[in-house]
Design a binder for this molecule. Structure first.
Ligand code: DX5
Ligand code: ZN
Length: 213
């Protein structure tokens, strides 16, 4: 099954309740929630308080939390208590990701690792058996609306060739034009910020992603 995960960063920030309600009404339940610390990436975004507010209002919404931060270990419990369903941390800030992945699992949350464009897929091999989610960045993290880096698809092919069976999500510049290429490479989760929340026809986006399955 190919899944769409709209990225909240591109939603109408003054109308989050109606934006998330609209997403759910279209049968889309996985919401990508970017957390930026202004150190790991040159931008700031969403807090645990917002995460908790979304979960309280929409318990059926599955919160796919992408922690773009230098020190994710410090915030795992906070985000788990705020209702995160998936916690994805960046490989680049973790000399050994195992303790953090174990800590996420111990909180009863699905665990993920993400790699920036310059980080090789090989750096993930030793964790494959414990990961629920791998998030392949196809732009430099920090901002929505950037151009998709097609070379990153090789990482997905490698991961599947190595036998990884969990979710592979792709984040950054994903559109209806490159979606088929991405899923053909072996990814099964499409994070879409601009392409979902700024779409003229959101139904068309949902339908088109469904047809990729
Ligand atoms: C970028 C974020 C993305 C972003 C994607 O660092 O991690 O989730 O919202 O936005 P689009 O889909 O517009 O490239
Ligand atoms: Zn993201």
């Amino acid at each position: 099954m190919i899944e769409l995960a709209p990225s909240l960063l591109a939603a109408d920030l003054l109308n989050l309740e109606s934006e998330i309600g609209d997403m759910l009404s279209r049968g889309v339940t996985r919401l990508h929630f970017d957390v930026m610390d202004a150190h790991f990436v040159p931008n700031l975004s969403f807090s645990p308080e917002l995460c908790a507010a979304v979960k309280a209002r929409f318990p059926e919404c599955r919160l796919d939390v992408h922690l773009m931060m230098d020190n994710p270990g410090k915030y795992l419990k906070t985000f788990a208590e705020a209702g995160a369903d998936i916690l994805t941390v960046h490989q680049e800030v973790l000399p050994d990701a195992r303790p953090i992945l174990d800590a996420i699992k111990a909180l009863g949350v699905k665990c993920g690792l993400s790699v920036k464009p310059a980080t090789l897929a090989d750096t993930l091999t030793k964790y494959l058996d414990m990961l629920d989610n791998i998030l392949i960045m196809t732009v430099e993290p920090g901002f929505g609306g950037q151009k998709f880096m097609v070379d990153m698809l090789d990482k997905i092919r490698l991961l599947r060739a190595w036998g990884y069976k969990g979710d592979i999500a792709v984040d950054g510049g994903v559109t209806l034009d490159n979606a088929r290429q991405i899923t053909d490479a072996g990814a099964n989760v499409l994070v879409m910020g601009t392409s979902f929340f700024h779409a003229q026809d959101r139904d068309l986006v949902v339908r088109s992603v469904k047809e990729l399955s």
